[in-house]
Design a protein around this ligand. Structure first.
Ligand SMILES: Cc1ncc(COP(=O)(O)O)c(C=O)c1O
Length: 407
C-alpha cells in the first residue's frame, strides 16, 4: 500500500540549546515528499532507461512505467477519452503550454486574484477585479462574457495560494459553459488538498505541480481536452514531438496526443513519483485527511485570536471554505523579518512577501507598491500545511509569532 507518510524529520537546535522538530509551515511553496514518491523513485532508479526510444529491457520497462504514470494521473483527474494528460515541468509550464495552444484570437478572461503563473502567460487577457464574494464573482464573469464577442477561455485558481480560499469553480464553470467558453483550473493549491476531478469541477483543463503534491521537483501536469492541444503547434519542437522529418526545413509531421507537447527526453522519475502520490491519494481516506487539515486550520485561527497584531486576509470573507493556507497582515512589522526570526529562534518555516500574486496582495494589504516576486517590503506572512502537519506545529507557530511580534 503506497504510504502518504512524510519522509524526513529534521531536528534543529535553537539558540537556547533546545532541540526541536523543524515545523515546516510552507507547504504551499513546496510540500515535503511522501514515502510513496520516494519508494517509486528508489525502485526505478537502478533500472531506468530511455523512454519511447530503445528496444532494450530498461527502455521498454521505462516506457511502460511512464505511460502507466500517465494512466494513474488520468484516473486522478477523471480524464476521459477526449482528454490528454501531458507531463510538464510544473504548473507554470502547464499553463504556458495551454496559453500557446489557444485558438487564434481567443480572449482570456481572468480575475486579478491569480498567481502570476495563471496571470501572465495568457494572450489577450481581460482582467476582472477580484470580487468580494462568490456570488459577485459569478455575476461579474457572467456580465463580462455577455459583453464579449469572439472566442474566449476563462481561467481561475481552484484555491488561492494567498488566502487558501476555494474559488467557486463549479459555479463559474457553469456560467462560462453557458456562454460556450472553456474553463481552465489552476489546481496547484487545490490538488494537494481536495479531489480534482475534471467533470466535478466543470473544468476543461487542469494544471498542477508535483512538488506541491508531495512529490519531488520537476514534474507537473496539464490535463484536458485534446482537440486544442492537437491543433496547436508543438510546445517543445524536437525529437519525440515529430514523427517524420524531411530533408528541407518545414518538411515534417508532428505527433498528436501528449507526445506533441513533450518534446525531448521526458522526466520519467518525476512523472512516476508524481503518479505514485496520485495513486496513494486515490485510495486514501480523503475525508479523514480533510478533517485533519480543517482541524489544524481551526486551531490556527483560534490561536491567532490571541495575536491581535496579526490579521488574516481574505478575498471572500472568513467563512469561505479554504485549504490549509493562512496569510497574515502584520501591523507595524516587516513580515520578512518576522519570518526570519521564526526560523532562527523557533525552528519554524513560513513564507513572507507577496507570493507571486502581487495584484491580489496589494489589494488585500491596501498597498500601492510593487516588488520582486516574494521579496517586497509590503507583504504578508503565510503559514501553510498539509499531510504530516501537527497540532504542535500550529501551536508553536502561534506562540512563536506572538513572542516575535512582542519582543
Ligand atoms: C495557485 C498557484 N498557481 C501556480 C503556481 C506555480 O507553480 P509552479 O511554481 O510549481 O509552477 C503556484 C505556486 O506557488 C500557485 O500557488
Amino acid at each position: 500500500m503506497p504510504s502518504l507518510d512524510i519522509i524526513g524529520d529534521d531536528k534543529l537546535t535553537l539558540p537556547g540549546g533546545e532541540v526541536v522538530r523543524f515545523a515546516h509551515l510552507d507547504y504551499a511553496a513546496s510540500a515535503p515528499c511522501v514515502r510513496a514518491a520516494a519508494d517509486a523513485v528508489a525502485e526505478l532508479l537502478p533500472r531506468y532507461g530511455s523512454v519511447h526510444r530503445g528496444t532494450g529491457v530498461r527502455s521498454q520497462a521505462s516506457t511502460i512505467a511512464y505511460e502507466l504514470a500517465r494512466d494513474v494521473v488520468a484516473e486522478f483527474v477523471g480524464a476521459g477519452p477526449d482528454h490528454s494528460v501531458i507531463f510538464t515541468r510544473n504548473t507554470t509550464d502547464a499553463l504556458n503550454l495551454l496559453a500557446r495552444a489557444l485558438p487564434p484570437g481567443t480572449t482570456t478572461v481572468q480575475f486579478d486574484g491569480e498567481h502570476h503563473a495563471n496571470l501572465l502567460p495568457w494572450p489577450n487577457p481581460l482582467r476582472l477585479p477580484a470580487p468580494g464574494s462568490p456570488n459577485t464573482a459569478v455575476a461579474a464573469l457572467d456580465e463580462a462574457l455577455r459583453r464579449l464577442t469572439g472566442p474566449a477561455v476563462f481561467t481561475v485558481t481552484g484555491a488561492s495560494n494567498v488566502t487558501g480560499e476555494l474559488w467557486p469553480v463549479r459555479r463559474l464553470a457553469d456560467v462560462a459553459h453557458a456562454h460556450g467558453v472553456r474553463v481552465v483550473v489552476d489546481a496547484a493549491q487545490l490538488a494537494p488538498h481536495r479531489p480534482v476531478d475534471l467533470t466535478e469541477l466543470g473544468a476543461d483543463y487542469l494544471a498542477f505541480s508535483g512538488h506541491k503534491l508531495y512529490a519531488p521537483f520537476g514534474a507537473g501536469v496539464l490535463a484536458g481536452r485534446t482537440d486544442w492541444l492537437d491543433a496547436a503547434a508543438p510546445y517543445l519542437a524536437g525529437g519525440g514531438a515529430s514523427v517524420a522529418v524531411g530533408d528541407r526545413p518545414g518538411e515534417l509531421s508532428w505527433a498528436t496526443g501528449p507526445a506533441r507537447h513533450e518534446g525531448g527526453t521526458p522526466n520519467l522519475l518525476g512523472a512516476v513519483a508524481l503518479a505514485a502520490v496520485c495513486s496513494a491519494l486515490i485510495t486514501a481516506d480523503r475525508a479523514a485527511l480533510h478533517e485533519h487539515e480543517q482541524h489544524l486550520l481551526g486551531r490556527l485561527r483560534d490561536g491567532l485570536t490571541a495575536v491581535p497584531e496579526a490579521t488574516e486576509v481574505s478575498v471572500f470573507g472568513p467563512d469561505q471554505p479554504r485549504v490549509g493556507i493562512v496569510s497574515l497582515h502584520l501591523r507595524g512589522h516587516d513580515p520578512a523579518e518576522v519570518a526570519q526570526r521564526l526560523s532562527r529562534e523557533h525552528g519554524i518555516g513560513v513564507r513572507a512577501g507577496q507570493f507571486c500574486a502581487h495584484p491580489l496582495v496589494r489589494r488585500l494589504t491596501g498597498a500601492a507598491t510593487t516588488g520582486a516576486c516574494g521579496t517586497a517590503a509590503t507583504g504578508l506572512l503565510r503559514a501553510s500545511f498539509g499531510l504530516g502537519s501537527t497540532a504542535e506545529d500550529v501551536d508553536r507557530f502561534v506562540t512563536g509569532l506572538a513572542e516575535v511580534l512582542r519582543t
